[in-house]
Write a protein that binds this ligand. Structure first.
Ligand code: FAD
Ligand code: UDP
Length: 378
């Protein structure tokens, strides 16, 4: 008998989808084994303390929790308290700093005018009039229809080219639809009802979610090296890449990855805020994250701060897959993989990699809560 045969449920991946499934399965009385090929919990939301500075860093990119889903919010609040952090982002363009997302402050500053909300609306309507009355077909058209051409050229075109290395008119309009545009001076990045950062870090959430004695955690274990041990009676929740599960038989799905260039700077405050986006196309990084600003309530010591510059590129086979590119060809491949997945009755494909979808954390949790109700009635 293998080490795995006594479990009712096997969960592959200890990110938010996998941890939620494991917690719900254990709460319904089932025995669970959760494995992850990494040597830590948390998936891409993992965070840890950087020893030289004492500052909490998010190893796989800055993670801001926000949701309007009360079920997800109440669920997660069982495992952590949240701070009152509200995310704000600034953009550097041609030597000046502007606030994002595009709001009345950005519009007034950019055009050097004191506009009322209605005056700003009229100005943007005029600047996007070429697209009036038709459905935007791609990211470029969607952005111009929302903010007009001059603001698009300044804040979206260069940044998007660096982020996707694809012409904005070849990208899906949905990528930019996530960002609000506001005709007031509200410069919060998210519109959601609930927002905050976990008081004692992301990793503690996962430790608490997986603390039941019905859950066994095995880290540093790759599903493909142990899958022969699993039985058909066991339900498997798989949150790895769907194309790898099927041995890439229809080809590789396209992802983008990020290279993080970390540095410790000998100043207390490097940029005065947590995130500055770089809109100029000549600057190779997309943004700089300064982690100390995520927790102003903590007494981080003075004199040193840790920052990460983000460089975006296509993901090769050994890179971390971060953003699904989702071209027309990718969509076709994914549908074929989806059809294969539907034919395997004891495996559920979940999360970001298993469904080839850009999911925010609250969406990954919502997906898992839905699947848990379906399979464990819990
Ligand atoms: P993951 O967290 O990716 O977990 C999947 C796990 O499966 C990983 O730990 C992986 O090691 C494991 N795994 C994969 N294959 C195997 C295998 N073969 N065997 C064993 N284990 C395997 N969301 C927000 O809400 N706010 C943000 O600010 C935010 N910022 C982000 C910034 C970046 C740069 C990125 C990339 C994502 C961001 N997200 C953010 C999205 C967030 O990371 C996801 O919503 C979340 O990670 C999804 O959880 P998951 O469980 O689906 O996947
Ligand atoms: N975007 C942009 N300029 C910015 C910020 C975002 O053009 O300063 C566009 C870009 O195409 C990006 C998309 O909006 O991919 C979504 O931005 P978001 O900040 O949500 O990206 P993420 O945090 O997921 O990287």
């Amino acid at each position: 008998m293998s080490d795995y045969s006594n479990f009712d449920v096997i969960v592959v991946g200890a990110g938010f989808y996998g941890a939620t499934i494991a917690e719900r399965a254990a709460a319904s009385g089932l025995s669970v084994c959760i494995i992850d090929k990494r040597n830590h919990l948390g998936g891409n939301a993992y965070s840890s303390i950087n020893k030289p500075t004492g500052i909490e860093v998010h190893q796989y990119g800055a993670h801001l929790f926000h949701t309007s889903n009360i079920e997800v919010w109440n669920y997660l609040n069982q495992f952590t308290k949240f701070t009152t952090y509200q995310h704000r982002v600034f953009a550097k363009y041609r030597g000046a700093i502007y606030s994002l997302p595009i709001n009345l402050g950005t519009i007034c500053q950019f055009f050097g005018r004191a506009l009322s909300p209605d005056e700003a609306r009229s100005l943007i309507a005029e600047q996007s009039s070429a697209l009036a009355g038709r459905d935007p077909k791609n990211l470029e058209e969607k952005a111009i229809s929302l903010i007009g051409r001059p603001l698009y050229e300044a804040f979206v075109k260069g940044y998007t080219l660096k982020q996707w290395q694809t012409e904005p008119h070849q990208l899906s309009a949905s990528i930019i639809a996530r960002l609000p545009v506001r005709y007031n001076f509200d410069n919060r990045y998210f519109n959601d009802t609930f927002e905050g950062l976990p008081m004692d870090g992301y990793t503690k959430i996962f430790e608490r979610m997986l603390s039941s004695d019905k859950i066994v955690i095995k880290l540093g274990v790759d599903f493909f090296e142990v899958k022969a041990n699993f039985q058909p009676r066991q339900r498997i929740f798989y949150t790895g890449s769907i194309d790898r599960f099927f041995n890439y038989q229809y080809g590789i799905l396209g992802w983008r990855t990020i290279d993080f260039k970390w540095s410790i700077e000998d100043v207390t405050d490097y940029q005065g805020t947590s995130v500055v986006n770089y809109s100029d196309p000549e600057i190779p990084w997309t943004r700089i994250i300064e982690f100390r600003h995520f927790h102003p309530e903590r007494n981080y010591r003075d004199g040193k701060t840790i920052i990460a510059k983000e460089f975006s590129r296509f993901a090769g086979e050994n890179d971390e897959p971060y953003y699904p590119i989702d071209t027309v060809v990718d969509k076709e491949k994914f549908l074929k993989y989806r059809a294969l997945a539907d034919s395997i009755t004891n495996v559920t494909f979940g999360g970001r990699l298993g469904t080839y979808k850009y999911l925010d954390m609250h969406q990954a949790i919502a997906m898992a809560l839905r699947d848990a109700k379906r399979y464990f009635n819990h």
